[in-house]
Ligand binder design. Structure first.
Ligand code: ARG
Length: 594
């Protein structure tokens, strides 16, 4: 890695323009307008410039003047001549702004000399707890968990890059009455699994789980035996406890293989961790007067949630048999994260189907006064992963797809694509090269296909689409990066040596377009860390690749004369570094050749 000086984070163009507008508004219309949002955004059409403000239209009523007159007064006081060409009032009163080449050149030089590519650190570093992935022990990790894992990891990476203090928690489902059932069944069907650690693959465990459930539903004697096991487990009885631990270990090993393949770091803190804290949830809610006994169960009646008869819906905190619920554990976890982990910000990444669960848990916690005002809590929901044809994702034989197999398949297909291409190009590569490229492309494709969709919508899982070389796909992005690396190889240019303040000069339209796009990186990241939509970052990188390709097709780089060559090489280098950083924030690796 080259060592770049740590420059003070530069301000994104938008931020600088904003400051200029805020000052102009005060000078033009007085201090009452201090802090007014200047309503600046990217121009709707590049024809009109780069940015546009609608503030004159917004202020018309309040100031009792026609918008165009307001706009004229604002631009009269705008001191932005270092940044943009003279602002233009258009239509009913829009203010259009076009950035100056000299400003772009200056800003790009700053970006170029910054290890962080001009992306500021968070103004105040927060303690963030992000709860994601969270599969269930003795059950298969499914595509919903895969989505949570990919999205959660991406958000964590962005927050970490902004230098928040991030705790990545894996809230695995490692507790519940199902363990009584499973242990009771294994005791008779497969006792070795309860005493040796390598007796089972997770696949078998899942099958056994299904069989156990069948027995449980049919056989009263077995049901009783299961209940006994739950009691024994809760009482910490040694044999049962050990059996439970072994089951957890076996699942954990399987999960870990997937995390390793996906390069995901997580701290496991499963539901069982919060067990000792559950009785206090009940007694504290009781003390607060929120707990109501309803048919033997202890519940909190929810505001704004009604059942079919229109009556307030209860959230069961403790069942009539004394057992606790998923929600009870989440209440305990929430309190623990605030009190012990000192979280300022708690983020839950799960499928949209759990939106009500979280809204209910948050409501009870809020009514109990457990969420301090300065703590932010967010559920980040996502849609379903569908098979081609829009139904649930299944194997050809109709079984649920195992994640390990899904990932292996993506790698295998990436490998086949690669070999076909090598043959076409008459290239020979080592086995090591092929295996590495296939893994980076295959895994990258699965992640990128997920992240490039708006997370709130369902998406169709398609190997063909995600591995296509054209379009908004991982291979396309990786290829754009490779292309820039190819330039440095071909011209024997060491990009790292270029870091000593290259002089930029933007001449062609394609250069200006690329420059403006590069400078939007921090705006985009800022946005993703606010709305948690990683597809914005994907879109940004996709457009970056396109704009880079247009630039590269239209502007000679290696054959350009000095000083243009250095300037263009710097644009190449900035593109490559931005792609690499962006992809790494999506959890993707890059390749120098592919
Ligand atoms: N284990 C749960 C599931 O598979 C997800 C847990 C999400 N996190 C939480 N704190 N509830 O659906």
């Amino acid at each position: 890695m080259p060592s770049f000086p740590d420059v003070d984070a530069m301000n994104a163009p938008l931020e600088q323009l904003q400051t200029g507008f805020e000052q102009a508004l005060v000078i033009a219309f007085g201090p009452e307008l201090a802090g007014t949002d200047p309503m600046l955004g990217p121009a709707s059409n590049p024809k009109f410039g780069d940015y546009q403000s609608n503030i004159a239209l917004v202020l018309a009523k309040q100031l009792g003047q026609p918008p165009r007159a307001i706009a004229e007064q604002i631009i009269h006081h705008l001191a932005l001549s270092d940044i943009c060409h003279p602002p233009v009032v258009a239509g009913p009163g829009f203010i259009n702004l076009t950035l100056k080449a000299s400003y772009l050149e200056e800003q790009l030089a700053v970006m170029h000399s910054d290890r962080r590519l001009g992306v500021p650190r968070a103004k105040a570093s927060k303690r963030v707890v992000i709860d994601f992935s969270s599969p269930n022990i003795a059950k298969e990790m499914h595509v919903g968990h895969l989505r949570s894992t990919i999205i959660g990891d991406c958000l964590a990476r962005i927050l970490e890059f902004q230098e928040h203090d991030v705790l990545r928690l894996n809230h695995v489902g490692d507790w519940g009455t199902q363990f009584g059932m499973l242990i009771a069944y294994l005791k008779e069907a497969y006792p070795a699994a309860l005493t040796t650690s390598n007796a089972l693959e997770l696949g078998d465990l899942v099958t056994l789980y299904r069989q156990a459930k069948q027995r449980f539903d049919q056989d009263e004697v077995f049901r009783e035996a299961s209940r006994q096991e739950v009691v024994a487990l809760q009482a910490g009885e040694a044999i049962t406890q050990r059996a439970w631990q072994l089951l957890c270990e076996q699942s954990r090993r399987e999960f870990q293989r997937i995390y390793d393949l996906l390069d995901i770091k997580l701290t496991e803190r499963g539901e069982s961790f919060y067990n000792p804290l559950l009785p206090a949830i009940v007694s504290d809610l009781e003390r607060l007067g929120l707990l109501v006994e309803d048919q033997g169960a202890k519940c909190v009646f929810l505001e704004g949630f009604t059942n079919r008869e229109g009556k307030p819906q209860p959230l069961i905190i403790q069942k009539s048999d004394g057992g606790y619920n998923y929600a009870t554990t989440d209440l305990a976890a929430l309190r623990y994260r605030i009190q012990q982990d000192q979280a300022d910000w708690i983020i839950y990444v799960t499928d949209a189907g759990q939106a009500n669960h979280f809204a209910q848990v948050f409501q009870v916690a809020r009514r109990s006064g457990w969420i301090p005002e300065d703590v932010t809590i967010a559920h980040v929901p996502f849609g379903l992963v569908l098979g081609e044809g829009g139904r649930k994702l299944k194997t050809r034989s109709g079984d649920t797809i195992r994640l390990q197999e899904l990932l292996n398949e993506a790698i295998a297909r990436a490998r086949a694509d690669l070999e076909a291409r090598l043959q076409e190009e008459g290239r020979e590569e080592t086995e090591e090269f092929k295996a590495h490229v296939a893994e980076v492309v295959g895994i990258g494709a699965v992640k990128y296909a997920d992240l490039s969709q708006n997370r709130t919508s369902n998406y169709v899982f398609s190997y063909d689409k995600m591995l296509a070389l054209q379009g908004n796909t991982a291979p396309y992005m990786l290829y754009a990066y490779v292309r820039v690396q190819g330039i440095s190889r071909k011209g024997q240019i060491n990009f790292e040596k270029l870091t000593q303040n290259p002089q930029l000069s933007l001449v062609e339209e394609a250069e200006l377009v690329l420059a403006k796009h590069l400078l939007q990186l921090s705006e985009v990241l800022e946005q993703v860390s606010t709305d948690f939509l990683p597809n914005r970052l994907c879109q940004y990188l996709f457009e970056l690749s396109q704009k880079f390709n247009q630039f590269y097709d239209g502007c000679p780089v290696l054959t350009a004369a000095e000083p243009l060559q250095v300037s263009r090489l710097a644009l190449c280098d900035l593109t490559a570094r931005t792609l690499k950083l962006g992809l790494s924030l999506l959890g993707m690796q890059t390749l120098d050749r592919m």
